[in-house]
Design a protein around this ligand. Sequence first.
Ligand code: IPE
Ligand code: IPE
Ligand code: MG
Length: 254
Amino acid sequence: MEKTYDYLYALVKSKPIPVHVAIIMDGNGRWAKKHKLPRIAGHRRGVEALRDIISTSSELGIKYLTLYAFSTENWKRPKDEVNALMSLLVEFLRKEVAELHRNSVKIYVLGDIGRLPEAARTEVQHAMDLTRANSGLQVNIALNYGSRAEILKAIKSIVQDVTSKRLAFDDITEQTISQYLDTGGIPDPDMLIRTSGEYRISNFLLYQIAYTELVFTDKNVFWPDFTREKYLEAIIEYQGRVRRYGGLDTGEDD
Ligand code: IPE
Ligand code: IPE
Ligand code: MG
């Protein structure tokens, strides 16, 4: 029997809530195919699913939600699909930013937005500026994001700062690398969810997920099917994991 939202919500709330949740929102195209619709209809439904996931994250008191929206590799898709994705982003921000702002959500972007169409760049910049001082949920949207490009950019900045003596070679630590990534200042994700049954990372947050708990949905759960209940179930799965970080389980029952 499908568990109700209230039941699952109470269960999630009874245990520690992840501070940072990352999501690879995958399967919009397959959802559309299954429903005999064009791929873009799947993306549109994906945005609707996203709205619920953001509000549930807010309600739960999750601090950071990092969403893979468009990868550096997604430019390989047909021009029409890329354009449609960019238009959907603009539409989403125009419609939702005021409400998100009212709910104290802070919008932040990972990736290189320089390559995005101007309308998208403008909306993204506006959303970030408007919500900069908000203290509620921080939504990081990964746009034209690729982890390898991010690491490359970080290495170049580190080298530059060492060359110009802003940073001492001997002071470079693992934390320095974290700081120079687009996620600098944000704690690593506690859990990473990927929908639609693909068991890969697709160039997302490679450095940051060293000890992140990975949760993959069944292959019949495409992103537009990822309801609030499915989200809570994924968090319950995370809450049942024992995180050892290479050490020993500190639980008392063994
Ligand atoms: C995820 O859905 C959305 C983006 C990558 C922008 P897909 O478009 O990858 O859907 P599938 O994987 O083809 O089903
Ligand atoms: C990852 O999904 C990127 C986003 C969800 C934005 P893809 O659908 O692009 O990944 P692959 O191609 O299946 O690895
Ligand atoms: Mg995909």
